[in-house]
Design a protein around this ligand. Structure first.
Ligand code: HEM
Length: 389
């Protein structure tokens, strides 16, 4: 039987929104035979499930195609109370009040990237701006040696993508994750020998219930920051830039009045978030919309579909700068609400205001660019732009 919503097609990678509408209206609790899991798409169902961690557990991992050995050791793949203790270890580093140095740093990196772009007429927003800004800013925060952003992004992209034919991960993708893991393991070993003033050192010294985190837990936690930070943040900025190219009136309003930037970011997180879908595992049977999902079944929470639900956001398929999209699920909700939300908002606000001040008018050159092959994320692999209206 043809899949109503096929997580493993290029069409869904590029544009899941029409299919989401069909899911929400006709199959709100949908069993995908091909992927072997349930998909929830209505706002109320997704928000309730994300909050109800005792029934919708993260201990089976939160990525639909899990990274090898990633389950159980890190924030996204644990439930309270261990989850809350792990999160408490890193909370301060991500608190808004402690991020002013990150904002300053992102400003410096963005200024350099914009100076390079100024010499061109056409450029790739992903390679020339969003990935440079995110990799350099986040790696400094984490305390990782400066690396070539293009190379890092290439590895992360491979490590988090999934294989369409296997409906899961292939050897090449697993090998990319293992290379990333080895690089981080070397950094952790170095910090154990020579502590420094950074997040990796703090994690190596932290204790939960009197026990130190072991090396694997530290590596998995940092790798989650690398993957969550580099890909969703860089892709969110690119999706946002795509919205600004598609809606020139909105772009011009923000360029004229930069105080509109925060509300534009919130609407873009609702309309077009990069983090589209995450997974949970049921701890007991649940009946929803006449379907019984069994204990042990995997359930996808389609945040991107919930964000386009007219039942919650009237005319949800419209990008509306004047909407206050309170309660959008661009960063999830509940215990796993994105810990990087303030960082993502501040870096995007700072650097996109600089971008629009330097380049108030830009046009999408072509629409046939590739999208990340992923069951979780919606990420343009490039965004070819031309300066000028
Ligand atoms: C605009 C950019 C971003 C978006 C759209 C985004 C989105 C999300 C979403 C939807 C979740 C919930 C996952 C779930 O329900 O299982 C999440 C969790 C998480 N995010 Fe983000 N994220 C972004 C940026 C970042 C950044 C910059 C970092 C850190 C460097 C980060 C680190 C994390 C972590 C560690 C979690 C797991 C939190 C937990 O389980 O307690 N994210 N993110």
């Amino acid at each position: 039987m043809r899949e109503v919503f096929d997580l493993y097609t290029r069409e869904i990678d590029a544009d899941p929104f029409a299919a989401y509408g069909h899911l929400r209206d006709e199959h709100p609790c949908y069993w995908s035979d091909k992927a072997g899991l349930w998909i929830l798409s209505r706002y109320d169902d997704v928000a309730r499930a994300a909050t109800d961690w005792e029934v919708y557990s993260s201990t089976g991992g939160n990525l639909i195609d899990d990274i090898p050995g990633g389950v159980g050791g890190t924030l996204g793949a644990t439930d309270p109370p261990r989850h809350d203790r792990l999160r408490a270890l890193v909370n301060a580093a991500f608190a808004k009040k402690n991020l002013s140095h990150m904002v300053a740093l992102s400003r410096t990196v963005a200024a350099r990237a914009l100076a390079d772009i100024a010499e061109k007429q056409a450029f790739d927003f992903v390679a020339d701006f969003s990935s440079v800004v995110t990799v350099e800013t986040l790696f400094t925060m984490l305390g990782l040696a400066a690396r070539d952003p293009t190379e890092i992004r290439r590895e992360v992209v491979l490590a988090i993508s999934s294989d369409k034919d296997l409906c899961g991960r292939n050897d090449q993708q697993n090998a990319a994750f293992q290379r990333l893991e080895q690089f981080l393991a070397d950094e952790v070993a170095q910090r154990r020998k020579t502590p420094s003033d950074d997040l990796i050192t703090r994690l190596t010294e932290a204790k939960i219930d009197g026990d130190r985190l072991d090396d694997r837990e530290v590596v998995l936690t940092i790798s989650m920051f690398v993957m969550a930070g580099v890909e969703p943040l860089s892709s969110f900025m690119s999706n946002f830039a795509l919205n600004l190219a598609d809606f020139p009136d909105v772009r011009r309003r923000i360029a004229r009045d930069p105080t509109l930037m925060p509300q534009a970011i919130e609407e873009s997180l609702r309309f077009n978030t990069s983090a589209q879908r995450f997974k949970r595992t049921l701890t007991r049977d649940v009946t929803l919309h006449g379907q019984t999902m069994k204990a042990g079944d995997s359930v996808v929470l389609a945040y991107g579909a919930a964000n386009r639900d007219d039942r919650k956001f009237p005319h949800a398929d419209r990008f509306d700068l004047d909407r206050a999209p309170v309660g959008h699920l661009g960063f999830g909700v509940g215990p796993h609400f994105c810990i990087g939300n303030s960082l993502a908002r501040l870096v995007t606000q700072t650097t996109m205001n600089m971008f629009l001040a330097a380049i108030p008018d830009f046009t999408l050159v072509r629409r046939d660019f590739d999208w990340l092959q992923s069951s979780n994320f919606r990420s343009p692999m490039e965004l070819p732009l031309r300066i000028g209206a």
